[in-house]
Design a protein around this ligand. Structure first.
Ligand code: HEC
Length: 113
């Protein structure tokens, strides 16, 4: 009986880990779009056109956030992955996790319905 209870702990810990990951994701769903626009203005607007519906930021070949949002397959997850890896042509972006949630909420809000 005793040994069974002890060996049972590992799977429970694993499930807890998954659940807390899942609830972090769920919390991320509720990012604040207005706060995200503010972060984008401060951190991204230097290079990206973050509001217009043009396909490219002026003359630079950098995609606007509108284009990013409407790229096939774009999602909270793919944006998170993008934001957390480094890119040759973009500076490494050090963004606080809650800013990141808001930022992604903002970008996804540009998606055509
Ligand atoms: C110093 C200029 C610069 C800044 C600041 C910048 N970016 Fe970028 N970004 C780029 C360039 C250049 C590309 C195109 C990269 C490439 O093609 O490899 C890009 C591409 C992207 C893409 C991918 C678009 C696609 O479809 O491939 C995303 C998403 C993105 N940026 C998000 C952001 C966010 C969010 C911020 C602000 C937190 C930001 N960028 C700040 C220069 C910048």
């Amino acid at each position: 009986m005793h040994t069974q209870a002890r060996t049972g702990l590992a799977p429970v810990a694993l499930v807890c880990g998954l659940l807390s990951a899942a609830s972090t994701m769920a919390a991320a769903e509720s990012g604040d779009i207005d706060a995200g626009l503010k972060v984008a203005t401060e951190r991204c607007a230097e290079c990206h056109d973050i509001t217009s519906r043009n396909p490219m930021s002026t003359a630079s070949g950098i995609p606007t956030f509108y284009v990013v949002a409407n790229t096939a397959g774009i999602s909270r997850i793919s944006l998170l992955v993008w934001m957390q890896t480094s890119h040759p042509k973009m500076p490494n972006l050090m963004i606080e996790p809650e800013d990141l949630d808001n930022l992604i909420a903002y970008i996804l809000s540009l998606k055509d319905k």
